[in-house]
Every structure is written in structure tokens, then in C-alpha cells.
Design a protein around this ligand. Structure first.
Ligand code: ZN
Length: 355
């Protein structure tokens, strides 16, 4: 009885199975061809979510393209972000050889895909990054005398230190002091060039003036020739009377130690401006980066009458180098080096304008 009944049932079941196989072959065939990547990635997702890969695959064939694309995107993003963890997961998961192969393939593909992505990212990034950083600070100012800063609206007072003939008449060192000192000294001279300081600093100051004016600044000189008689207080008053945004006194240093080199900045310790010393560091660092010369630091004191009488404006005594050192001395008269000094001062003025 049972056998007789089973025969038609079995044949029916076999027929159904055959139909299913045929249907599956038709559906799976084109699907495999059209999106191998998708199937592989999907397999990976099945592994990642720790679900049975078989049931996932079957569901996927039935599912619409929407969910497929979504999973694909997830897989892609996961691959890009952390390809290593997924590989580790695979290794620990007792996955079939199939999924391992597919995992390797997928990991190889996304690796191939992100690889070109980082490459274009890396290639353009260093170029713009390196270019703007180096260009404005180092290359541009020296190669672009026209100036890359807009200093319009700034009033800059430049005081080339000393003069041909010293004036030993006395004047007050500071408004708060009864102490006096000579109105103006003659300065030092170059150990190699034999040039007097007053001559070198005027030469540089005139170039600084031209540079700053070309950038739109209003530049006021305390002197434009060596044959003047202007005391340090008078020079300071030129700065305060014009309410200078920046007052720079240009000098060259001298030391008994002929190996002493570098840039120094002096500011008044009794300045009315709390940032005075910080700005001194700015000036020294700007000059150091434009010239390559060492910045020795900012000294805050009440030694210089030309600073003590100008405490209401940003005032600086800049020692551009040591004329007692043969190399510094040579550089201070070198037009290329003088141009670098100009650029450093321009960069500093720009920093002061935008502070
Ligand atoms: Zn001097």
C-alpha cells in the first residue's frame, strides 16, 4: 500500500526537484556573469556578520538589487576603512575554502581599488602642501621682489642707527630717569669690509623702505643720508608722533668675541604694550627664517633711549648681524643677503598687521 502510494509521490518530487534545478540554473547563470564582484563581496558580508554563508547567498539571489547594492557599499566601505580586521575575522572564523578564496579575492580587489585612490590623493596633496608652505616664507619673498604681502594702511618708521658724526651732547635716557647719555654715537665698523655701521644700516634701510612701500605701507625714515644730526630721542619722537604701527631701529652688532654671530632684538621692558617682547621674538624669527641666520633672542631692558622714549608704539632695536664677525660682516653688505633682510622685515610687518 505504502510503496504504491510512494511511487507517484517520489516521481512528483523528482519532477519538482528537476524543475527547481533548471530554474536555479537559469537564474544563477546570468547573475554570476553580471556581478561576480557582488557575489564575492556578499559572501564576505555573510562572513563578517557571522551568518551562515549558504543561507545568505540564497537570500541574496531572491532579494532585489537594492539590498544588494547596499551590502556592496557596506562591504566596500569596510574594506577601505579596515581591511586588516576583516582578514583577522576570516582567519579565526572556521570558514569554508570558498569564503576564504572569495575573501582573498575581495580583499585583493578593494586593495586594488583604494590603491589608486590614495595615489591620486597622495600625489596632489604633497604638491600644494609643500608649495604654499615654502613659497610664502622662503622662496616667494626672495624671488618675488614685488611683494606678496598687503601692508596698505600701515605706518612703519625706520631708523637707520647712528650717523656719520657722533653727537656727544647729553640727553635723558628715559622719561622716567634723570640719567643721561650721548645724543647719538657713531656705531661700529666691519672687521672685513671696514665699512662704518651707519653706512651699512642706511643702505639696508633704504632697501627695506622700498620693499615695504611696494607692498603699500607708508614708510617714514628718520634719516636718508649719513650727514645728519638727529638724537635718539628725536628719532623716537618721529615714531610716536606718527603713531607708528611698527618702529624698527636698524643696527649692526659688535663683540669682542669675533665668532659671535646672528640676529638680536632689543625691546623696552617698560613698554606700554604687553606684547612688546613677544613681537620682538616675531621680528627675530621672521628675520632668521628669511636669512637663515641664527636668532639669539629678544632682550627686554631700559638701556636704549631710542626705545625708552617710544613706549607707546611697537618699538624694536634690530641687530642684523655682527660686524665683528667676518662672515656676518660680509653678508651685511651683500645685496642678496640684504634682500633677505628686507623680506624678513616685510614678513614681520605683515604679521604685525594681521595680529
Ligand atoms: Zn648700532
Amino acid at each position: 500500500m505504502r510503496n504504491k502510494k510512494l511511487v507517484p509521490i517520489m516521481s512528483a518530487v523528482t519532477g519538482v526537484l528537476l524543475l527547481t534545478v533548471i530554474v536555479l540554473l537559469f537564474t544563477i547563470g546570468p547573475w554570476k556573469k553580471s556581478s561576480d564582484d557582488s557575489s564575492l563581496r556578499n559572501a564576505k558580508i555573510g562572513i563578517e556578520t557571522k551568518n551562515s554563508t549558504d543561507s545568505e547567498n540564497q537570500n541574496d539571489t531572491d532579494n532585489s538589487g537594492e539590498s544588494f547594492e547596499a551590502t556592496e557599499a557596506t562591504a566596500a566601505s569596510k574594506d577601505t576603512k579596515d581591511p586588516d580586521p576583516s582578514e583577522t575575522t576570516d582567519a579565526t572564523t572556521p570558514a569554508t575554502s570558498e569564503s576564504e578564496t572569495s575573501e582573498q579575492t575581495t580583499s585583493a580587489e578593494p586593495t586594488a581599488t583604494p590603491t589608486p585612490t590614495p595615489e591620486p590623493t597622495k600625489t596632489p596633496t604633497p604638491e600644494p602642501t609643500k608649495a604654499p608652505e615654502k613659497t610664502p616664507e622662503a622662496s616667494k619673498p626672495s624671488s618675488d621682489p614685488g611683494g606678496s604681502y598687503d601692508l596698505s594702511g600701515m605706518v612703519i618708521v625706520l631708523d637707520p642707527g647712528h650717523q656719520r658724526k657722533a653727537n656727544s651732547d647729553q640727553e635723558s635716557v628715559a622719561p622716567w630717569s634723570s640719567e643721561t647719555k650721548p645724543k647719538v654715537s657713531s656705531g661700529t665698523s666691519g672687521v672685513s669690509t671696514k665699512r662704518p655701521e651707519y653706512e651699512v644700516v642706511l643702505e639696508i634701510a633704504l632697501k627695506v623702505r622700498d620693499k615695504l612701500e611696494s607692498m603699500g605701507a607708508t614708510v617714514i625714515m628718520t634719516r636718508t643720508t649719513n650727514d645728519v644730526n638727529i638724537s635718539n630721542i628725536e628719532r623716537a619722537k618721529i615714531a610716536t608722533d606718527n603713531n607708528a604701527d611698527v618702529f624698527i631701529r636698524l643696527h649692526c652688532d659688535s663683540s669682542d668675541n669675533s665668532s659671535s654671530r646672528g640676529i638680536g632684538v632689543f625691546v623696552c621692558s617698560k613698554s606700554e604694550l604687553p606684547d612688546q617682547k613677544k613681537w620682538g621674538d616675531w621680528l627675530g624669527n621672521c628675520l632668521s627664517s628669511s636669512t637663515g641666520s641664527k636668532f639669539r633672542g629678544t632682550v627686554s631692558n631700559t638701556t636704549y633711549s631710542g626705545l625708552n622714549w617710544a613706549t607707546s608704539v611697537p618699538s624694536f632695536l634690530l641687530e642684523m648681524g655682527f660686524m665683528s664677525n667676518s662672515e656676518d660682516d660680509r653678508l651685511l653688505s651683500d645685496p642678496d643677503y640684504q634682500e633677505k633682510i628686507c623680506n624678513g622685515i616685510a614678513a614681520f610687518c605683515n604679521k604685525m598687521k594681521n595680529r
